[in-house]
Design a protein around this ligand. Structure first.
Ligand SMILES: Cc1cc2nc3c(=O)[nH]c(=O)nc-3n(C[C@H](O)[C@H](O)[C@H](O)COP(=O)(O)OP(=O)(O)OC[C@H]3O[C@@H](n4cnc5c(N)ncnc54)[C@H](O)[C@@H]3O)c2cc1C
Length: 323
């Protein structure tokens, strides 16, 4: 493998942790098997690339244009393909974020390259890129060999650690012109209410509420606990299907995959489909009134009792301690 191209993402003009994880993983492979790491950033405004260089990027490309404020699949794909041509990359690494999951297969199709999404391990064996990903809601791990001139993978966020291999490295961004193409598809900005909230996929602490909350209004309890912990709010599918919370907060097989340091489950049973999205959490705390709820077989800490008593008491105690 000669060059790995990492597709970087920023939020509020800061490189996302999910991207730094991918750069670290790519740099690890490049260091042990020879090769270079190039990073492409698509952004609406200039962003400091020091963290990318520190994590091991040898080359930085930046496509900066106000039109890149909103993810546009066709425009972003065109820019990535330009970067592939510029760098001669033979492997493309994305983060398995909402954007990465959408963009990676589009780019792979354009390159006629194999694509493996949501990988939890990437290695080189005898010069061949091998990647592992959970299958069947995490019941088994599949190991795949990616053949071909070019390979595309996306890495699950929160699984790979961030390591600053070269803390004082300085690499300047090379500008990559944004094409002036017109596309039939129009991308619309994220609603204002979403802006500024910690995304459930990026948060170190996630507080998820389940059907046991009984109503959308009762989610105020979950929000207050999340605020007290500086975390994000998550939801089960039962909650999202009931219209109590938006789909962007859903965790699980058909929602987001998260790996926070701390994951609270409040009034949620712990179905296998939900587990598929949060099994990588470092510490799981469950609050449920049913001592036989499946989540108690897997949680690190379990509180058996009524959430309407436990959660307000917990939030009040946390607020008292931080006052
Ligand atoms: C193909 C497929 C994909 C799916 N994808 C997802 C997915 O991505 N994410 C997901 O979450 N689900 C997913 N599901 C749905 C999943 O199977 C479950 O139905 C869902 O996770 C259950 O949500 P829940 O835990 O909120 O509800 P329930 O299973 O109904 O659990 C509610 C829990 O609340 C507890 N409770 C009730 N009242 C209180 C109280 N006062 N105090 C404390 N505890 C209380 C109960 O004891 C119970 O354990 C999927 C299903 C399928 C078939």
């Amino acid at each position: 493998m000669s060059t790995i191209l990492v597709i970087a993402e920023e939020k509020n003009h800061q490189i996302r942790n999910a991207t730094l994880e991918v750069v670290t993983a790519a740099a690890g492979l490049a260091a042990s098997h020879g090769g270079r790491v190039a990073v492409l950033l698509l952004s609406s405004a200039a962003v400091d690339g020091a963290s990318l260089a520190a994590c091991g990027a040898d080359r930085l490309l930046a496509a900066v244009d106000p039109r890149l404020a909103v993810y546009h699949p066709d425009l972003f794909k065109q820019i990535v393909l330009k970067a592939v041509a510029m760098t001669g990359a033979d492997a493309l690494f994305f983060s398995a974020t909402s954007m990465g999951r959408d963009l990676a297969p589009r780019v792979a199709a354009a390159l006629s390259a194999p694509c493996l999404a949501d990988c939890t391990e990437v290695t080189m064996q005898d010069g061949t890129l091998t990647a592992t990903k959970p299958l069947f809601a995490g019941k088994v791990l599949g190991r795949f060999i990616l053949n071909g001139d070019k390979k595309v993978v996306s890495l699950r966020a929160g699984v790979f650690s961030i390591m600053e291999r070269r803390p004082s490295a300085e690499v300047a961004f090379e500008p990559l012109p944004v094409p002036d193409s017109a596309f039939p598809l129009q991308a619309t900005p994220t609603p204002a209410s979403d802006v500024g909230r910690v995304d459930v996929g990026d948060a170190d602490v996630v507080v998820t509420g389940g059907r046991g909350l009984r109503s959308a209004e009762n989610f105020a309890l979950v929000e207050e606990l999340a605020d007290a912990l500086g975390g994000a709010v998550g939801a089960t599918r039962a909650v999202v299907d009931s219209g109590w919370r938006p789909h962007r907060e859903q965790v699980g097989q058909t929602g987001k995959v998260v790996s926070p340091d701390l994951y609270f489950m409040i009034g949620a049973s712990g179905s296998i489909q939900h587990w598929a999205g949060m099994s990588g959490s470092r510490c799981i705390v469950a609050i449920n009134k049913d001592s036989n709820a499946p989540i108690f077989q897997r949680a690190d800490y379990g509180l058996i009792g009524d959430l309407f008593e436990i959660v307000p008491a917990l939030t009040a105690e946390l607020k008292k301690r931080s006052a």
